[in-house]
Design a protein around this ligand. Sequence first.
Ligand SMILES: Cc1cc2nc3c(=O)[nH]c(=O)nc-3n(C[C@H](O)[C@H](O)[C@H](O)COP(=O)(O)OP(=O)(O)OC[C@H]3O[C@@H](n4cnc5c(N)ncnc54)[C@H](O)[C@@H]3O)c2cc1C
Ligand code: FES
Length: 273
Amino acid sequence: MKQEINPGSPSCLNLEIQAITYAGSRDFVHIYLDPPRWEYMAGQFVMIRPDGWVNDPIWPRPFSICEKTDDSLRLFVQVVGRGTSLISQLQPGNSIDLWGPLGNGFVFDPQDRLLILAGGMGIAPFVGLCKKHPHPEQISFLFGHRMDIESYPLAEFPPEIDSEHLKQETTADIQGFQGVLKTRIQNFSGRGMILACGPTPFLKVVQQYSLEFEANTLISLENKMACGVGACLGCVAQTTSGDYVQTCTRGPVFRADEVVLDEQLLNQKAYRK
Ligand SMILES: Cc1cc2nc3c(=O)[nH]c(=O)nc-3n(C[C@H](O)[C@H](O)[C@H](O)COP(=O)(O)OP(=O)(O)OC[C@H]3O[C@@H](n4cnc5c(N)ncnc54)[C@H](O)[C@@H]3O)c2cc1C
Ligand code: FES
């Protein structure tokens, strides 16, 4: 049984913020919005633009759907620049325009074993997935992070999930984490599906070892996006067949052997011709 594809079309809604909470520091923000009627697949995202953004910033910002319950839609946002700083200052009762659900999401069989690899804010799309998964004991979760673990919602994950988190503060930590990724991917290859989300350097490592060990891996890209609906071409990624595709509509989730993150891997035989 595959994860159900979202039956609805994306819509544009104006939603009220119910609550905002901070985790660890004010740079990590959980935003709870009135729940839209649609369902979503983990890995899909929304574009949001708070009321009051007239000409500055102009463009909406993309965020993974962190979790949706009957009561709320939740986003998990790290402050990295002007847009996210303004978003972090919103208050309950403020409203935002929200387009979604957008993109394709992770397609997997809930009966299969999952190895989930997340780097930093790449944890966001996996919160709802892990909390709702019918067989959490089938999930192994490896999380690499730079800030204190309290900044991230790992403690919410069901206890049946075999989870490990590694903090990276030094170059040696990063190299150590890469070694752990290699071992985990090598040992898991052929035993289930790997899902990965995080910054591009992290995804390059996941892709490299997934190709080397012929693992069945899906990676979610975080290319910069302006429109989110395929119109501006600001988010394109190169596929291994040489095409350029919009990550907002053809992704953000791709097979690890489908997109070029590292030119040096292009000759690797595991890339599809
Ligand atoms: C599909 C998708 C899902 C995402 N999900 C989340 C999420 O759940 N939580 C979250 O906090 N962030 C997420 N992001 C990243 C988020 O959209 C950016 O951090 C945000 O748009 C930055 O806006 P800003 O105005 O604060 O930053 P800007 O002022 O525009 O830029 C500040 C810094 O952030 C970098 N930056 C900008 N956009 C991105 C990006 N897309 N990826 C990486 N770095 C970027 C810039 O290079 C610059 O260094 C996601 C991005 C995509 C494409
Ligand atoms: S963000 Fe505009 S085409 Fe993808």
